[in-house]
Design a protein around this ligand. Structure first.
Ligand code: FE2
Ligand code: FE2
Length: 361
């Protein structure tokens, strides 16, 4: 694996990242218990759900939704190996420790409820185990860079979208199969924690070295859910199924922006991250590519990016912290600054859409 020299952390970072992982290890929360699920397998029967699916979702869609969950969750070892490789190459024992002691054993349990649900729909245990073994045997090509900050950024996006997936399943099950819905929610809660933990790890690295922001943007640019690689016949239908299940896409986009605003740690850095990401996606403002606007903004410095950060948060309905002082740069009058602010906001509002920030899910 070739080394990316853009990844650098000052010496002070190691102890802080270690401490963060200590805290996670001390309070990992309640894991999914496969034994409990096995004992309650009868309550994971979802046959009745098939009869009452929302309009537009067929039995085949429903099976595909459950299989996508089971088959991507069962490939834990493939993803775990990528994180371990990055942690070893970039000398990040904190990441290796989190991966091996917390994340991997947790993820091992996540396919379980879906296996029982699919068995209730007529699949034999052997059939499902064979399908899982096949997916586990596929060579997993990671979409993104393997420096620790790229891996933890990938983790945020992947865990957040997986959290949504289990939440969507839970909604489909809720009225007819409450225990099955609860089990999907139990997995969802684990993914929520994973999202938060990866977000904290990413924010800490960015705080220690803000020049890592372009690596965060690069990861979001090339991000792909693992399912689209390992089980493309299901993974490529995820968006269609989300739409049919009435997933609230504006909320997903807003959560995404909020998570990465928190990663950036300040309005100015958030603006820099969003502009860099939109530029990397080849977005244009009028005839001008965003990459040249990026150059202008970096000359204006903090206030320029800060305005972009505010504008993106407003556009996606993310509340802005009220304690942020809004100061204009010394060399322009407050009135000029206000007019600059409103024109940047208009540009963002009209040109930056969901796909500029979150890409095609
Ligand atoms: Fe999972
Ligand atoms: Fe997870």
């Amino acid at each position: 694996m070739s080394i990316n020299s853009e990844y650098f952390l000052p010496e002070s970072a190691a102890a802080k990242l270690d401490k963060l992982v200590d805290q996670i290890e001390e309070r990992p929360g309640r894991l999914v218990n496969p034994e409990e699920l096995r004992a309650s397998a009868a309550s994971l029967d979802v046959k009745e759900v098939v009869k009452q699916l929302p309009e537009g979702i067929t039995e085949d869609d429903f099976i595909g939704i459950l299989k996508l969950a089971m088959l991507t969750e069962c490939a834990t070892d493939s993803y775990s190996a990528v994180f371990r490789e990055g942690a070893t190459t970039y000398n990040a024992p904190w990441l290796a420790r989190f991966n091996d002691t917390v994340w991997t054993p947790d993820e091992y349990t996540h396919y379980t409820p879906y296996q029982y649900m699919l068995q209730s729909l007529g699949y034999s245990e052997e059939q499902l185990k064979n399908e899982m073994t096949d997916v586990q045997g596929i060579h997993y090509e990671h979409c993104c860079g393997k420096t620790p900050v790229e891996l933890t950024t990938y983790g945020i996006a992947q865990e957040y979208l997986t959290d949504n997936w289990h939440g969507m399943i839970s909604m489909l099950l809720r009225d007819v199969a409450p225990y099955a819905a609860q089990s999907a929610t139990a997995v969802k809660r684990r993914e929520t924690l994973h999202t938060i933990w990866y977000r904290e790890m990413t924010a800490l690295q960015v705080e220690e070295n803000p020049e890592l922001i372009p690596l965060v943007a690069a990861t979001l640019k090339s991000f792909q859910m693992p399912g689209t690689r390992l089980v493309p016949h299901f993974g490529n239908r995820a968006l269609e199924w989300m739409a049919k299940a009435n997933v609230d896409f504006p909320r997903v986009a807003s959560d995404f922006v909020r998570n990465f605003y928190e990663v950036a740690g300040s309005m100015k850095r958030a603006g820099y991250l969003f502009v860099d990401l939109a530029a990397k996606r080849g977005m244009k403002v009028g005839p001008v590519p965003l990459s040249s606007i990026n150059k202008v903004l970096s000359k204006i410095g903090g206030p320029g990016y800060g305005i972009v950060g505010e504008a993106v948060l407003d556009k996606f309905g993310v509340p802005r912290p009220s304690n942020v002082k809004q100061t204009s740069p010394i060399n322009i009058t407050p009135r000029l600054y206000e007019s600059f602010r409103s024109s940047v906001k208009n540009v963002i509002a009209s040109r930056i859409d969901n796909t500029a920030i979150i890409g095609k899910v």
